[in-house]
Write a protein that binds this ligand. Structure first.
Ligand code: HEC
Length: 107
């Protein structure tokens, strides 16, 4: 019985670790899907109506491509135009991760 409990504990710990690692790997994308996609679109291309109404540039637009990671970080953290500030919702690490993910969409 004791052995079985120990086996279960080891298994449970393993599952937790795998979960945490999976999260760390995909968190930029996960944050993007949860907080950014509704405006910027799944692939960084906002839907045309939304883009026009809100003034959202496509991820692969020239304007987006010339931004540095630091500029993007600042705009996401503090807000810009009709985009709200994310500093109360996301940690700096989450903003960095999601900006890194967003930048993969600018190519
Ligand atoms: C409510 C809709 C909305 C959401 C949600 C949103 N954005 Fe934006 N985003 C905008 C708009 C509108 C702009 C254009 C701002 C401007 O230039 O006036 C923008 C601009 C940007 C820019 C360019 C900033 C710059 O300096 O020109 C980046 C990068 C960006 N968004 C990333 C993100 C990321 C990452 C998230 C999720 C954490 C996110 N956005 C969530 C609407 C949104």
């Amino acid at each position: 019985m004791k052995n079985m409990i120990r086996t279960l504990l080891v298994l449970a710990a393993g599952v937790c670790l795998a979960g945490v690692m999976g999260f760390a790997q995909s968190s930029g994308k996960a944050v993007y899907q949860a907080h950014c996609q509704m405006c910027h679109g799944a692939s960084g291309i906002p839907n045309p109506g939304m883009a026009k109404m809100m003034g959202i540039p496509a991820a692969n637009s020239a304007a987006m491509k010339k931004l540095t990671p630091a500029q993007m970080f600042a705009s996401v953290k503090n807000g810009k135009g009709k985009m709200m500030a994310f500093k109360s919702q996301l940690t700096d690490a989450q903003i960095r991760a999601t900006v890194a993910y967003f930048r993969t969409l600018t190519k």
